[in-house]
Design a protein around this ligand. Structure first.
Ligand code: PRT
Ligand code: ZN
Length: 300
């Protein structure tokens, strides 16, 4: 096997909404890379991992065709590929591993302002413009709706003004684009965020070991995102109440305090954000010397 075949290839969006978040996530997993001159390739300096920078729509296909071992893309794009292949009688050869908590949006149906919409049945015999043909077709089939799908690769939101469609089915995050085009969101088709996918192909043991390592680090990075390390002093008598107030804490460490029989120190990893209100409630329950620290890395 050539050395290049032993290196893991991860497909990422080259330039767009997911690019910075994806690169940042991998950097936080400890990956250091140099970018090629044409910016299509990043060479991993400290791990046998290379990044392929491509259009987001191509990522699921590259992983399914085994050109890349892993890929980071929006669930909307991943689901579209999966459904497109299923509708062609094929099976996408990738598995979805984690949701990555960025790139949040939804695929939604929108109608011109003032239109009557009483649920999916209102879509009967209408024309719906979208770039997400397979996902929309699946939605219409599930709801047993006959409608015409008008494929547009971009600028979907202007289709109703041009008289090309009655509805659109497009991604929405803030809703500002719909508003600017006098459109009103009427139906969510799917919620989306960035996900990491892995080829279903069996990898060599060495490659799989590296993939597992990267996924474990990714899991660690995602887990610590909201996590905080809380330290406080508590009267022994109020210990149960105080521990119950710690958000998402698992088995806190309780340490005796030198020279004090009735007070202990409590250390806990809280898997949720710790807000001022929580600290005030802890204080109200008798806690003192409260300290909240960010957690940088975690390995279960
Ligand atoms: O060149 P390439 O094909 O890679 O880029 P692209 O233009 O297809 O992708 P890009 O960077 O726009 O989006 C990449 C991914 O980001 C998408 O596949 C989604 O998973 C995710 N994402 C999150 C979004 C949005 N939010 C979003 N708002 N993708 C697109 N939009 C569009 C939306 O359709 C609307 O037209 O942005 C516009 C503004 O949205 P509002 O609702 O905030 O006005
Ligand atoms: Zn795209």
């Amino acid at each position: 096997m050539k050395t290049s075949e032993q290196r893991i290839k991860i497909a990422l969006q080259k330039s767009g909404r997911l690019t910075d978040h994806s690169l940042d996530l991998l950097a936080r997993c400890g990956l250091m890379f140099t970018r090629s001159k044409d910016k299509l390739f990043c060479y991993g300096e400290n791990m046998p991992v290379d990044l392929l920078l491509v259009r987001d729509d191509d990522i699921p296909g590259l992983v399914s065709d085994d050109v890349c071992d892993l890929g980071i893309a929006g669930l909307n794009v991943v689901q579209e590929k999966r459904l497109e292949m299923r509708q062609q009688g094929k099976t996408a050869r990738f598995e979805q591993i984690y949701a990555l908590d960025f790139g949040h949006c939804r695929l939604a149906i929108a109608a011109p302002e003032g239109a009557d919409y009483a649920g999916p049945e209102s879509l009967h015999d209408s024309r719906i413009a979208t770039s997400y043909v397979a996902t929309l077709r699946d939605f219409l089939q599930v709801h047993d709706i006959q409608a015409e799908i008008v494929y547009l690769s971009g600028a979907v939101e202007i289709a109703p003004q041009l008289g090309r469609a009655d509805y659109i089915c497009d991604l929405v995050s803030s809703g500002a684009t719909l508003l600017a085009n006098q459109l009103c969101e009427v139906q969510t088709v799917m919620e989306s965020e960035a996900v990491i996918i892995q080829t279903s192909q069996t990898l060599s043991a060495a490659k799989q070991a590296w993939v597992n390592r990267i996924l474990q680090r990714l899991d660690g990075v995602l887990q610590v995102r909201e996590s905080k390390y809380v330290m406080l002093h508590a009267p022994r008598s109020a210990l149960d109440r105080i521990v119950a107030l710690l958000p998402g804490a698992e088995s806190p460490t309780v340490i005796p305090l030198e020279g004090s029989d009735d007070k202990v120190a409590v250390h806990a990893v809280c898997r949720e954000n710790v807000f001022w209100e929580t600290l005030e409630n802890l204080q109200g329950a008798g806690a003192s010397s409260l300290l909240v620290l960010p957690v940088e890395k975690m390995l279960a």
